[in-house]
Design a protein around this ligand. Structure first.
Ligand SMILES: NC(=O)c1ccc[n+]([C@@H]2O[C@H](COP(=O)([O-])OP(=O)(O)OC[C@H]3O[C@@H](n4cnc5c(N)ncnc54)[C@H](O)[C@@H]3O)[C@@H](O)[C@H]2O)c1
Ligand SMILES: [Zn+2]
Length: 658
């Protein structure tokens, strides 16, 4: 080898170390990766190959130590034992060799951030991240206390540590990420960003979980890994699911066990499978490198690349105004499923591919789940993003996010995409009662421009095919939502008004308006035009009156609700007036308190309305009856003081049965 060639290789090694370092900082410190794991792993592989070839390893090489950074704001804590990474392979046969003649445990390699919990005297003392080099971590006890499943008090008195992964399930990721503006590309980044917050109130909303994989103790079940996992499980920890293979296992059993780990069927993100010796002493005797311990090995899935053609990009606006970019391509069969789209995260990633229509691209499924575009072989660089909001048509702008990436934004304050909560409110059970139309689903419909106003909900038919082809949607879920929407076409004026979201005009006010205007929208609107004084209605104050007029005059509001009138028809709330008049509750003011056996809170209100009563929420001199359920409190005391007649639930039932 000539000296010149050597120096070329050394330069490349330095360049790789620099790139890997930058990626580490973005990934571990800022929780905002600047490249995919695939690209990162390729850089590390290349560096490792060069190190082997040249026999030179530079002191700051990432192959010699564990990645990781700590935040200045959090308190640093030294680990009792270094937290190392795992040795990796992509060959199942390496696992077969590793396990030969020994009992092993196979478990998911869950993809979040490592967390160490310290327990003493049966209580959680401290929670620490892996941190810099696995030696100095950060104290995150305050946020870990807000996790969904961390045991705070346990039956084990002696001190020990438990290592595990802080994760967010796919479902919770989708919901939480949308509510935060869709800025996170993977549950791992959201989990890491949420655990390392100073404000535990904020992390509480992120729905984090802790899944234990290691008990660190010299005395507790210290001979068998299996016994340790069982002890943790019995003490209240969620333990990473595992398969135990006894010493007598066959090679085929190892392959079958590996095959049983199918990420598609697991609710949490994973990035491989971990194999570890059951014999704890044996595992320890194998020692460690500066990078990983030899008692375990990680299998990473091969990312199989598929070739296809780029066919365009799809934009969808989210509730924060951020516009997501999805790359479209000719459908390819990726182990059994037809895939034709991959999320592109931000403008920088989109630009880096230099797409042109018809370009030959390579796609894969990261960790067997998430479709990703790996490379563009043609790079014709002729396709540009349409800079127009798919929802409102407004020109899009490009904003730099706090994470340093560029995102598309719709700046129109009236863009329907920003009104997802308003639509969700409209669909609620106690309003128009459109079951299955959650905020997440609505966001998709609105963001794609299929729904721009309340009336559009009733005309989704035209987009049936597009809806069914979006991720996470099938024919069945479409039909279910469609049926629920059709059912809601027939509604009462009360629910309709409650769904419009006029400030302070809710269900109670809706019922009063329904009653006063005989369930007729036309009567209600005629009154509005004649400047009717709503304060004459029971419980209507001046502000409510003004809110109604402000809402009616607002043109933007009108664009939302007016198209709805052509889609729904009003039914009367109470049909059989004569028979209702005969009940003892007709025209009476009735309050219910405590827990009732036969009714929910809303249920009893509806029942009272059907009986012609006026349900009220507080006990006053005007109250005629108080229905008393279990654990009644101050309302009962007050009723007794005022001498108001109280009824048990049974007495109430008997009176209406007569
Ligand atoms: N995209 C990027 O820019 C970027 C940057 C840095 C690292 N990375 C990714 O991270 C990888 C390295 O990450 P790492 O060093 O944090 O972890 P690792 O992949 O070396 O794995 C070790 C970790 O696995 C976790 N784990 C999950 N389930 C486990 C189980 N059942 N038993 C034992 N451990 C379990 C533990 O937290 C442990 O610390 C790289 O290969 C790369 O894919 C990506
Ligand atoms: Zn818009």
């Amino acid at each position: 080898m000539s000296a010149n060639q050597n120096s070329n290789e050394h330069d490349r090694m330095r360049e790789l170390i620099g790139k890997i370092h930058d990626a580490d900082v973005a990934y571990y410190q800022q929780d905002r990766p600047i490249m995919t794991d695939r690209e990162y792993d390729q850089l590390v592989d290349e560096l490792q190959a060069l190190e082997a070839e040249t026999g030179l390893i530079l002191s700051n090489s990432p192959t010699q130590h564990v990645g990781g950074e700590i935040l200045d704001e959090l308190v640093p804590v030294r680990h009792t034992k270094p937290m190392l990474s795992a040795g990796k392979t992509k060959q199942v046969e390496d696992l077969v060799k590793f396990a030969a003649g020994r009992a092993v445990l196979l478990s998911w390699k869950m993809d979040g951030l490592t967390i160490v919990l310290r327990y003493e005297n049966g209580g959680l003392q401290q929670a620490i991240t892996r941190g810099r080099d696995g030696i100095i971590g950060e104290d995150v006890t305050h946020t870990v206390r807000t996790f969904l499943n961390v045991p705070l008090t346990i039956p084990i008195r002696e001190p020990f540590e438990v290592r595990g992964e802080g994760v967010i399930s796919w479902d919770n990721f989708e919901k939480v990420n949308l509510s935060l503006g869709g800025d996170y590309t993977h549950p791992r980044n959201l989990a890491a960003g949420s655990v390392r917050k100073l404000d535990s109130g904020e992390s509480r909303k992120r729905k984090l979980e802790f899944w234990a994989f290691d008990l660190v103790s010299d005395t507790l079940e210290h001979q068998s890994k299996l016994a340790q996992q069982e002890l943790l499980q019995n003490s209240g920890f969620s333990v990473v699911p595992y398969i135990f293979l006894p010493e007598s296992h066959t090679e085929q059993e190892v392959r079958d066990a590996v095959g049983a780990f199918q990420p598609k069927h697991f609710a949490y993100p994973v990035d491989g499978v971990i194999m570890e010796y059951d014999d704890v002493a044996y595992g320890r005797s194998l020692g460690a490198t500066g990078h990983h311990e030899n008692r375990l090995i990680a299998l990473k899935w091969q990312d199989e690349l598929y070739e296809t053609r780029f066919t365009g990009a799809e934009l969808a606006t989210t509730r924060t105004g951020m516009v997501s970019i999805t790359g479209l391509f000719e459908p390819v069969n990726m182990d059994g499923a037809m895939v034709s789209r991959a999320y592109l995260h931000n403008v920088d990633i989109f630009d880096s591919f230099q797409f042109g229509l018809g370009d030959t691209i390579k796609v894969y499924r990261a960790n067997m789940i998430i479709p990703q575009i790996a490379e563009n072989e043609t790079r014709s660089n002729t396709f540009f993003l349409p800079l127009q909001c798919p929802c409102c048509g407004h020109r899009l702008s490009i904003r730099q996010t706090t994470g340093g990436t560029r995102q598309l934004y719709c700046e129109n304050p009236h863009c329907a995409a920003k009104l997802v909560q308003k639509f969700a409110h409209f669909c609620e059970k106690t309003r128009m009662n459109i079951e299955g139309l959650s905020a997440v689903t609505l966001e998709k419909f609105i963001g794609h421009g299929w729904v721009k106003n309340f009336g559009d909900l009733y005309q989704l038919d035209q987009f049936r095919d597009e809806i069914i082809s979006t991720d996470g949607f099938g024919e069945k879920s479409y039909e279910r939502i469609h049926d629920a929407i059709e059912k809601s076409r027939s509604c009462t004026l009360a629910k309709f008004i409650a769904g419009l979201g006029i400030p302070m005009v809710g269900r109670h006010a809706g019922r009063e308006l329904d009653r006063f205007f005989h369930g007729s929208w036309d009567e209600f609107e005629a009154a509005l035009q004649k400047h009717f004084d709503f304060t004459v209605l029971p419980d209507f104050g001046q502000t409510m009156n003004d809110n109604i007029y402000a809402w009616y005059a607002d043109k933007e509001e009108g664009k939302l609700w007016r198209p709805l009138l052509a889609q729904v028809h009003f039914k009367k709330e109470n049909t059989d007036m004569e028979s209702i008049k005969k009940t003892p509750f007709w025209g009476k003011t009735v309050v219910a308190t405590g827990k009732l056996m036969g009714y929910t809170r809303d249920g009893i209100q509806e029942k009272l309305l059907m009986l012609g009563a006026r349900p009220a929420s507080s006990v006053t001199k005007k109250t005629d009856y108080l229905i008393v359920g279990e654990k009644a409190g101050s309302k009962l005391t007050k009723a007794q003081q005022l001498g108001i007649q109280t009824l048990t639930e049974e007495e109430f039932e008997n009176m209406i049965a007569e």
